[in-house]
Ligand binder design. Sequence first.
Ligand code: SAH
Length: 464
Amino acid sequence: MDHFPIFLATKDQHIVLSGGGDAALAKLRLLLKTAARISVFSAFPAPEIEAWAAQGKLRLQRRPLSHGDTLCATLFYAADEDPAEDARTAAIARAEGALVNIVDNLEDSAFITPAIVDRDPVTVAIGTEGAAPVLARAIKADLEERLPTSLGTLARIGKSFRKMADALPFGRARRDFWRAYYFDTGPKAMLEGEDHLAPALEGLLRQHLHKISRPGHVAFVGGGPGDPELLTLKARRALDEADVVIYDRLISPEILELARREALMIDVGKEGFGPSTDQDDINALLVQHALDGAQIVRLKSGDATVFGRLDEEIDAISLHGIDWHIVPGITSASAAVAAIGQSLTRRGRNASVRFLTGHDMKGFADHDWAALARTGEVAAIYMGKRSARFVQGRLIMHGADRMTPVTVIENASRPNQRVLQTTLNHMAKDIEQADMSGPALTFYGLAPRAAALAANTLQLEEMA
Ligand code: SAH
């Protein structure tokens, strides 16, 4: 780097230029944007220079530069486009202590003027040390196109807010605020007009101050069985206010749509036996974002307290003293039983209902099969597709009636909901044949109420 780029303060400085033609005009157009005092020496100044002088924008001396004219000048431009005259004026200025630039003479210049993209107070200076002016022009054109003309206004108004924004703690909080201003709130407010900018900035600052006054928090939110209308109002509000949403595979896109637009959405989808985000990684994500002060929604399908590995996550964040609460949701058993028009409990039939999982972390889950095999028992079996044969075998082995009704509800509450009616005797084969790819809940001991079997539900033939 032969030339070191710096930005020179121009307020109360004196800049002198010798010349009155095109080269002089080009430099003066730039110099007039500064706060410096400008003097021009030319026996034959261009009319524009005359006009600027008349408007008081510069001081014009209609004569060649001579000794004493550049005393106390910070910069001097030799712009006569005449090598002999340029050498003469440059020598004077140099002797009088100014930094000298001779137009189109890099060799004898003490400094060069870069190509400038001007979004005052944002300025981009481009220099190639004379190697490739074409390149400098191309870069300038590219930047001119890319940087919105409103950038200057944004920066100017932003600058006037710097003191106020210092109320935010140094570091991430302040950075987040300015990022939101320059890349989101600011440009949007500018579309409505420049006078919308200051109020938008005030609102944004209030919002960010409020945010930092709250420590990180995790809301464990039950997202329900899939139908967005089965979300609770509390779940909606939590989604609306979340900075970070960490969600499972079974959460439907319509529900994710309801999250705050700026929220960071993290998919930690777990598939029964398929690839998954490690539970430790999920715990670590919760801790990391909460310690950063984020309001987190940990969105789980159905109700977060039912087969949701909730306790492991609560334990992990509690170790770090992070606050949390649970927003209950509609568990899939509730949605599934509604789909078949039944009750989970019924006077005279079953006074209790079991929520079972078909498999747990160690494989197929074991249960009190003998108790379940008694007549009138009802169980809602979660994650029961792959374990259907195992469950069926255990129950029959413990003496359950083979004709006990079994109903499988796939995609409960969703537009593609299907109902499969079968019996204990055929459940494994029927489930396999139905080729269900969506989440399915199996009811042991419940048949659909006859009237609830709508036209679009699937009913497999009983095969005795
Ligand atoms: N916490 C969830 C259950 C998570 S375990 C809840 O309360 O519902 C995942 C199992 O839930 C799936 O294997 C399936 O058995 C059941 N499930 C989730 N959503 C379902 C839906 N829309 N229809 C039927 N079963 C569903």
